[in-house]
Design a protein around this ligand. Structure first.
Ligand code: GLA
Length: 731
């Protein structure tokens, strides 16, 4: 771990010298628009002295510390960049340990820092901190994505004490913000009610966002949040921090307004029931805490995250996705080979790329004919599929469509061969009754044998069916009775080792199958986080596909995730017309989960035309810049716009979300266009036989559309309207 010592031979690394003397090192953490200033003071304490918009003249950073004269910090470490506990600190710590000798105090002093340039846009800062008394050190990592203003921050903890050290708390990051007031936007939910926003002013003391669910960790609350400074932020105004932990298990985010009225944000793995034992010489690497900051409102912040996610995090983020037909709601568990053959033919008829076979295809002794049996037994059910998946994949190939499959490999039903054969692989308390979530239990991914089993499920599906083109990976249960047979006396590592085990499996899958599209599903959106999205090309936002509900759910996810990652299916949920349902599903990766054979001729024609329309619009939706124009939570209309990077074309989705008398649209101010360009606005995705109510003859400048606006004429008779904007050449 002593790689920072000068002359250790890491010659490609650039050593950043502080801007002042060694006694007061200032470390600017800078991206295109933002700066965080860290200062190691004369005692070696590393502190955050500024967080916000970058200064025009970098030379002025060394004046910042002199501006703040507040007294009242008895400890002198309220603004610690990584707060240790058990010494001077009196606030929420970032790290807390029990040393090998049983002592519980920790102090961390600045030793050195270095910056590695990873690419033209990405650099990585490392700061080494060491305890002056114990052989214990922490390295803070900051990965900076310059143009996107995104920072990933994590820490690596290590020691060389003469025995084991227990990490009682081990956060990823510890930010410090100064403002007059702090406005937290957090989310809560449940099955089919994901991403319900709440905005509150933070008061003094600690507000904690956390999960203790183990798996499906976001079911009640995800780790995504926003903090607006001084006043609630709008789409285009206000200073706002977006944060989220890249971790698919228990998390804990403490937002503490301290006695000096500043905000301490401490984010990491939840230490609940999880003291982690570290042997000498071993490293503990925390997950990344992801954040971005904008002083230009929520829209700017989310576009930065979208660009970052497409460029750096989501596999094939700049690429394409398959449109698809899914059979879950069309058949549930009730299907056989000939029914599926019909659906494969419907896939081609509809014009989408892929047929996705959902739950119910496996299990023999305990057939998966409902959700009470079969999980764990990943062999084709011989009655439903006598010729196996191979013949279905072949049938899809004959029809010219791709074939994808649903799996839930982390889970087991007590009614399964797997449960009978490997009771030791199941998470349960040996002396207590079992307690089920959706009639199932979770397999112990802390156990390498279980990791091999889970990897093997996916690997053998691909080996047996080389034509397989897509995986939907589900995870429907939380962890009750957390206990790992494998971990024996090390139970307190369980929650952490489970997620690490999951990532090991996904890492292996991705190294063998780097390009296969995979959907991240967890009984809906129970696991949508950037820790998992490193491996998945898209996520399932919610089982709630009522398009009216989806407008709200997709709107909230869109603050954090780009549209290309949102799997949106047209189903029979809700009371909206088919056109409304399709239009809503187009704001992401379009799919269908309806019985195509039951559509009347004009509904079928509409769906077929929609797929063609979508194919022409999808590059803008997937790769364009997104603008949220009208907030469904604040008005009767929802309006969302995507503009391509050259500002030559755009698409605007508009919906009526309130059916009270007189609810209708007014001119909506468009955004992101070139004021100088001339645009023709047309209505697209019309239902067969209907005419647009819009005047498509007039040509408007970008300036006009962004200043006066455009009325899509949304009302009770036109509940959903999709506008397409095209630049007029040569004008
Ligand atoms: C979960 C998923 C659904 C579907 C079912 C199958 O609920 O969210 O999309 O795959 O499981 O059992």
């Amino acid at each position: 771990m002593n790689f920072f010592k000068r002359g250790t031979g890491i010659c490609l690394m650039l050593t950043v010298c502080g801007m002042l003397s060694r006694a007061q090192v200032i470390i600017p953490v800078i991206t295109e628009h933002n700066a965080m200033l860290l200062q190691a003071d004369k005692d070696g304490d590393l502190k955050t002295i500024y967080f916000g918009r970058k200064l025009a003249d970098q030379a002025e950073y060394n004046k910042v510390a002199g501006v703040y004269h507040s007294s009242g910090d008895y400890t002198g470490v309220l603004n610690s960049a990584y707060t240790p506990s058990g010494s001077r600190n009196l606030a929420e710590p970032a790290i807390s340990v029990t040393h090998a000798d049983g002592n519980r105090s920790l102090d961390l002093k600045y030793v050195s820092h270095q910056v590695d340039k990873l690419s033209a846009n990405v650099s990585q800062l490392r700061i080494l901190l060491r305890d002056p008394v114990y052989a214990f050190e922490v390295t803070l990592y900051y990965k900076l994505y310059y143009k996107e203003d995104v920072v990933e921050q994590w820490s690596v903890i290590a020691h060389h004490e003469k025995g084991k050290v227990v990490l009682d708390k081990y956060a990823s990051a510890n930010l410090y913000l100064k403002a007059d007031s702090y406005w937290l936007t957090q989310y809560h939910g449940d099955w089919a009610r994901e991403m319900q926003p709440e905005e509150t002013r933070l008061t003094h003391g600690i507000k904690t966002l956390d999960s203790k669910l183990g798996t499906r960790a976001n079911l009640f609350e995800p780790s995504m949040f926003m903090v607006a400074l001084n006043r609630p932020a709008g789409e285009d105004e206000g200073s706002v921090l977006y944060g989220s932990l890249e971790w698919s298990g228990n998390f804990k985010i403490d937002l503490e307004v301290d006695p000096l009225d500043n905000l301490r944000v401490i984010a990491g793995i939840n230490n609940f029931a999880s003291p982690y034992v570290l042997t000498p010489g071993e490293d503990f690497t925390t997950p990344e805490f992801l954040y971005t900051f904008s002083d230009k409102g929520k829209g700017d912040a989310s576009r930065k995250l979208h660009t970052w996610a497409r460029n750096y995090k989501i596999p094939n983020g700049k690429g394409s996705r398959y449109t698809l037909l899914n059979n879950w709601e069309a058949t549930y568990f009730d299907f056989n080979e000939s029914k599926l053959g019909g659906l494969i033919r419907d896939t081609r008829k509809l014009g989408v790329d892929l047929f996705l076979l959902d739950d119910g295809w496996f299990g023999n002794k305990y057939p998966r004919n409902g959700d009470h049996a079969g999980l764990g037994d990943w062999q084709e059910n011989k009655e439903k599929l006598p010729n196996g998946l191979v013949s279905l994949v072949k049938e899809a190939q004959t029809e010219g469509v791709k074939f994808g499959i649903w799996v839930e490999p982390e889970m087991v039903n007590p009614k399964s061969d797997l449960y009978a054969k490997h009771p030791g692989w199941v998470i349960k308390q040996p002396k207590r009754p079992e307690y089920y979530f959706r009639n199932q239990l979770v397999l112990d991914l802390a156990n390498p044998a279980v990791q091999n089993f889970v990897y093997g499920i996916i690997d053998s599906l691909f080996i047996k069916n080389p034509g397989l083109a897509y995986i939907k990976w589900d995870c429907n249960a939380v962890i009750y009775n957390a206990h790992s047979n494998y971990l024996d006396k090390k139970q307190s590592q369980f929650y952490v080792d489970y997620v690490k085990g999951l990532y090991k499996v996904l890492e292996r899958i991705r190294s063998k199958y780097p390009t296969v599209p995979m959907m991240l599903c967890s009984g809906g959106g129970g696991r949508v986080d950037y820790g998992a999205m490193k491996y998945f090309t898209e996520y399932w936002p919610s089982d709630n596909t009522d398009p009216l509900e989806r407008i709200f759910i997709q709107w909230e996810y869109s603050y954090f995730f780009p549209a290309i990652a949102s799997a949106n299916h047209v189903t029979d949920w809700g009371k909206q017309p088919l056109k409304f349902r399709v239009d809503v599903a187009m704001m992401g990766r379009l799919g269908f989960d309806i019985v195509i054979g039951k559509l009347n001729p004009s509904d079928l024609l509409f769906c077929q035309n929609s797929v063609k329309t979508y194919n022409s619009l999808k590059p803008i939706v997937w790769q364009g810049d997104q603008y949220r124009l009208a907030d469904p939570g604040k008005s009767s209309i929802a309006s969302v716009m995507y503009v391509d990077s050259t500002k030559a074309s755009a698409v605007v989705f508009n919906y009526l979300v309130n059916y009270r008398y007189g609810a209708e649209s007014k001119p909506i101010l468009l955004k992101g266009l070139d004021p100088q360009k001339q645009y023709r606005v047309t209505e697209t995705n019309l239902y067969p036989g209907t005419k647009s109510a819009l005047d498509v003859q007039t040509v408007y400048s970008g300036d006009f559309l962004m200043t006066v606006g455009f009325d899509p004429i949304v009302n009770a008779n036109r509940r959903s309207v999709v506008l397409e904007l095209k630049e007029l050449p040569g004008k």
